[in-house]
Design a protein. Structure first.
Length: 149
C-alpha cells in the first residue's frame, strides 16, 4: 500500500550539513562601507583643528567594533563570543538612535558639522539601519556561525 497513513513520509534531511546563508550582499556592504569610512575618517584627520570630543571618539570606537562584527557576518566567522554581540546590538541601537535622530533634531554638532536634513542624511539613515541590523543578525539570527565545534 503506497499511501499508508501510519508511515511517515521520507525526507532527505542531512543533520551534519549546515547550510550557510548567502552573504554576498553583506560582503558588498562591508567593502562599500569600508571604502566610505576610510575616506571619511581620513578626511577628518586632514581637517584643521581636529579635536574630537568624547562622544565622537565613542562613535568612532563603536563604528570600528561594528566593522569587526560586519566582517564576521559577511564571511561567516565567529569573532569573540556571541553574548558580546548580543549586548553590543543593544548598545549600538541606542547609540545609533542618538547619533542619527536625537543629535540632528537637537542641532548638536558631530565632527564639527551640524547635520542637515537632506539626501545625505537619508542615505545615512539607511546605512545606520544596516549597521544596526548587522549585529542583530550576527548575534541573534546566525547560530550556524556560533555552533561550530
Amino acid at each position: 500500500m503506497k499511501n499508508d497513513p501510519y508511515k511517515t513520509p521520507d525526507a532527505d534531511l542531512a543533520i551534519d550539513k549546515v547550510q550557510k546563508p548567502k552573504t554576498i550582499w553583506w560582503k558588498v556592504f562591508f567593502f562599500l562601507s569600508a571604502l566610505i569610512m576610510i575616506l571619511a575618517v581620513g578626511g577628518l584627520f586632514v581637517m584643521e583643528e581636529t579635536v574630537f570630543s568624547y562622544v565622537e571618539w565613542l562613535d568612532l570606537a563603536t563604528t570600528a567594533i561594528n566593522f569587526v562584527g560586519l566582517f564576521g557576518l559577511a564571511f561567516n566567522v565567529a569573532i569573540g563570543r556571541q553574548s558580546f554581540w548580543k549586548y553590543f546590538f543593544y548598545f549600538n541601537l541606542i547609540a545609533t538612535l542618538i547619533y542619527l535622530i536625537i543629535f540632528p533634531l537637537a542641532g548638536i554638532e558631530m565632527y564639527g558639522l551640524v547635520t542637515e536634513l537632506d539626501i545625505s542624511y537619508a542615505i545615512g539613515i539607511v546605512f545606520g539601519f544596516l549597521f544596526v541590523w548587522a549585529p542583530y543578525l550576527y548575534g541573534f539570527k546566525r547560530p550556524q556561525i556560533w555552533n561550530r565545534t
